[in-house]
Design a protein around this ligand. Structure first.
Ligand SMILES: [Zn+2]
Length: 95
């Protein structure tokens, strides 16, 4: 897992990955011969479901989007594929 900073000015409700850190992450993945398999972010005050912004800005249809909600004090984790035409498919997570 590669952690990147959220540089959006209102990080409680939006996220933008630091572009330099994102580039470094992609280069690290490529150099290791690995693939991007997932992208995670948290929803501090809302449910773990892709927001309209998440759907509009989901540029990696092959990746799994992991959403962690912190709204209840107990983290809730759900995973989705987000594709064209507003497609959302939940991915079952197993240990
Ligand atoms: Zn989100």
């Amino acid at each position: 897992m590669i952690r990147c900073a959220n540089v959006h000015p209102t990080p409680t409700t939006r996220y933008v990955i630091d572009p330099r850190e994102q580039l470094t992450a992609f280069r690290t993945i490529d150099a290791a011969g690995e693939e991007l398999i997932g992208i995670y972010h948290s929803h501090p005050v809302s449910q773990p479901y892709p927001s309209p912004t998440d759907r509009a800005e989901a540029h990696y249809p092959d990746a799994v989007y992991l959403l962690v909600s912190l709204r209840t004090g107990t983290p809730e984790l759900r995973a989705f594929r987000i594709g064209a035409d507003d497609f959302i498919g939940e991915v079952t997570l197993s240990a």
